[in-house]
Design a protein around this ligand. Structure first.
Ligand code: OGA
Ligand code: NI
Length: 367
C-alpha cells in the first residue's frame, strides 16, 4: 500500500514537473480540487494548527524602522537610535520592515508588475525558462524541492542570480528585463546599508560584514502564488528559515506571510512602499546566535495571485574558498563558538538537498 502510494506520487510529481507550466498552469486548466501532491500530511497540519489558533491572542507586531536619516549618509553615519532599533529587531524578532529606504515607490510597483507579467506569459514562452539545472543563472521552476518535500507548495518562482558576476540582461525574459536590472542595483545598495547597520548593532566596524563579502552576491526570486481552490489543504510556502546572510522582500498587497514568534504565527502586514527584511541562517551562524534567522511561511489564499520578490544576499555561483563561522570578535570564554565553519557551497548544498522540511539547516552545523 505504502509503496504504491509513493510510486503514484512520483509519477504525479513528474507529470507536474514535465508540464513546465507550474501551479499557474493548473489554475489555467481550471482545476477546482487540489491535486494530491499539494496536500499537507495530517501530522504537518497537527504540528502547526495549534499554533495558528493562538494568533488572535497576541498584540505582537513586526517592527517598522524608518531609514529616512540613514540612507542619505549611509549606514556608517547612522545615529544610535536607528542602530538600536535594528539591534532589537534583529536580535529579538529576526524580522522588520523598513520605510524611507531610498528605493522609489514607482520602481517597487514596476518590479511587482514585471514579476507578475513574467508568470502570466503564455505557457510556451515561460516553458523555455523552466529548468532544474543549477548552473543556469535564470530559472523558472515550481518548488525547488519538489522531489524531496512531503507536499508541494502552491507557488511558482523565477530565480535569477544577479551578482557578483553581472548577469547579461539578455538572459532575462524581456517582460521583466529592464526593471529587474534596475531593481537589482537599488536593492544591492540598500543591502549594503543594512549590513552596515547590522555590523554596528553587533558592536563591529560598519564595514565588517561587507568586508566578509555578505553583500557581494545576490539573487532575486520572483514568487507567484496563484489563487488556490482549497487553501486550507496546502501552503504557499512551507515553514522555513532563509539560506542566506540577509533577505529583503518586496510583497504586494495580498498578505499571507507569517513569522513564528514565541510559538505564534504573526502576520507581516503589507505596508505600501515598505520592504521586509529578515536575518538569514548564515548571519545567525556568524553572530553566534545573537541575530535570529526566524522561521516563516506563506499561507495559501483563494484571493490573488499574490506576487513577491525576495532578494537573497548570498553567493550562489562564486567558487569562493572563504568559510563562514562565528565571528571571532564576538566570541569570549563566556561566549564560545556554537557552530563550525562552513563554505557557502556546503551550506547551500545541504539546505537544497534537505528541502523545506520544517527544520532549520543550522542544526547540522552546530558544534
Ligand atoms: C522566501 C520567502 C516569502 C514571500 O522567498 O524565502 O520566505 O512572501 N518568501 O514570498
Ligand atoms: Ni523565506
Amino acid at each position: 500500500m505504502e509503496s504504491s502510494n509513493i510510486y503514484d506520487r512520483l509519477q504525479e510529481l513528474k507529470a507536474f514537473d514535465e508540464s513546465k507550466s507550474g501551479v499557474k498552469g493548473l489554475v489555467d486548466a481550471g482545476i477546482t480540487k487540489l491535486p494530491r501532491i499539494f496536500i499537507r500530511p495530517p501530522e504537518e497540519i497537527a504540528a502547526n494548527e495549534g499554533l495558528r489558533s493562538q494568533r488572535d491572542q497576541t498584540q505582537f507586531k513586526i517592527p517598522v524602522i524608518d531609514l529616512k536619516d540613514t540612507v542619505a549618509g549611509g549606514g556608517d553615519c547612522a545615529n544610535g537610535d536607528v542602530v538600536g532599533e535594528v539591534r532589537r529587531a534583529a536580535e529579538m524578532v529576526g524580522f522588520f520592515q523598513v520605510v524611507n529606504h531610498g528605493i522609489p515607490m514607482k520602481l517597487l510597483e514596476e518590479m511587482l508588475t514585471a514579476a507578475r507579467k513574467f508568470h502570466e506569459l503564455p505557457k510556451e514562452e515561460k516553458a523555455e525558462y523552466y529548468s532544474r539545472e543549477e548552473k543556469r543563472k535564470v530559472n523558472f521552476r515550481s518548488n525547488f524541492d519538489l522531489y524531496q518535500s512531503k507536499f508541494a507548495n502552491w507557488r511558482d518562482t523565477l530565480f535569477c542570480v544577479m551578482a557578483p558576476e553581472p548577469l547579461d540582461p539578455q538572459e532575462l525574459p524581456l517582460v521583466c528585463r529592464d526593471v529587474t536590472m534596475e531593481y537589482s542595483g537599488k536593492v544591492e545598495a540598500l543591502g549594503i546599508i543594512l549590513f552596515e547597520l547590522l555590523s554596528k548593532s553587533l558592536g563591529l566596524k560598519a564595514d565588517h560584514l561587507k568586508s566578509m563579502d555578505c553583500a557581494k552576491g545576490h539573487c532575486l526570486l520572483s514568487h507567484y502564488y496563484p489563487p488556490c481552490p482549497e487553501p486550507e489543504l496546502t501552503m504557499g510556502t512551507t515553514k522555513h528559515s532563509d539560506p542566506d546572510f540577509l533577505t529583503i522582500l518586496l510583497q504586494d498587497h495580498i498578505g499571507g506571510l507569517q513569522v513564528l514568534c514565541d510559538n505564534q504565527w504573526i502576520d507581516v502586514p503589507p505596508i505600501p512602499g515598505a520592504l521586509v527584511v529578515n536575518i538569514g541562517d548564515l548571519l545567525q551562524l556568524m553572530s553566534n546566535d545573537r541575530l535570529k534567522s526566524v522561521e516563516h511561511r506563506v499561507v495559501a489564499n483563494n484571493e490573488g495571485p499574490r506576487v513577491s520578490v525576495a532578494c537573497f544576499f548570498t553567493l550562489y555561483t562564486n567558487p569562493t574558498t572563504r568559510t563562514y563561522g562565528p565571528i571571532k570578535e564576538l566570541l569570549s570564554p563566556h561566549n564560545p563558538p556554537l557552530y563550525s565553519h562552513t563554505s557557502l557551497q556546503d551550506f547551500i548544498a545541504y539546505y537544497d538537498n534537505k528541502g523545506l522540511d520544517g527544520f532549520s539547516a543550522l542544526g547540522h552545523f552546530k558544534l
